[in-house]
Write a protein that binds this ligand. Structure first.
Ligand SMILES: [Zn+2]
Length: 184
């Protein structure tokens, strides 16, 4: 939480840009708008003004509520960008699987017929997918013991016999988290 106000002249510059596009604010309204938006960062105001110049459909100056909506859209986009960046930094990038989490393995021949398979990559992205997959498999087996895991919607059949990468002590809660991230 910051208590610093936007510099009035910077704020006025932005409002004047909107004023040039739509209808200019008089001094009294400018004061009211400044009072309403003085805590918002100038970078956010600038971006919101850019959005309004492109999208505001009326010939009048945007109402405070419309400016707030544009600000909310700008903030939401910035938050999504931050989130994607954080996920990328956390998991890294992988050239083996192009950060998709799975990769093709050599065809398997069953009675002379080649079958294509994919498996989870060794990277963190792939391992995260694998643990989400293992969770789905366990859940499905618990709920319907007859169901083969290849039948579970959205999972990749994996013919490679590998140990689960999950620590047996991992709590169900963690698995729930993986599950959610995987599905998002
Ligand atoms: Zn990978």
């Amino acid at each position: 939480m910051t208590n610093s106000f936007i510099k009035p002249s910077l704020f006025q510059d932005e409002m004047n840009r909107l004023g040039a596009m739509f209808t200019p604010l008089d001094a009294k309204k400018m004061d009211i708008y400044y009072d309403e938006f003085k805590y918002v960062s100038i970078a956010t105001i600038r971006e919101a003004v850019r959005v309004l110049v492109g999208q505001h459909p009326f010939r009048r100056f945007p109402l405070p509520a419309e400016l707030w909506s544009a600000i909310a859209a700008v903030r939401k986009k910035a938050a999504a960008r931050r989130y994607a960046q954080e996920a990328k930094e956390q998991l890294g990038e992988c050239s083996k699987c192009l950060s998709m989490g799975w990769k093709k393995i050599p065809d398997k021949y069953i009675e002379g017929i080649p079958y294509s398979y994919v498996t989870f990559c060794d990277c963190r992205i792939g391992q995260r997918m694998r643990s989400a997959f293992e969770y789905k498999k366990r859940t499905a087996e618990r709920e319907n013991p007859k169901l083969a895991y290849q039948d579970i919607h959205g999972v990749v059949p994996d013919p490679v016999e590998t140990e689960s990468i999950e620590d047996e002590n991992l709590k169900e809660q963690n698995n729930d988290d993986h599950q959610r991230e995987y599905e998002d």
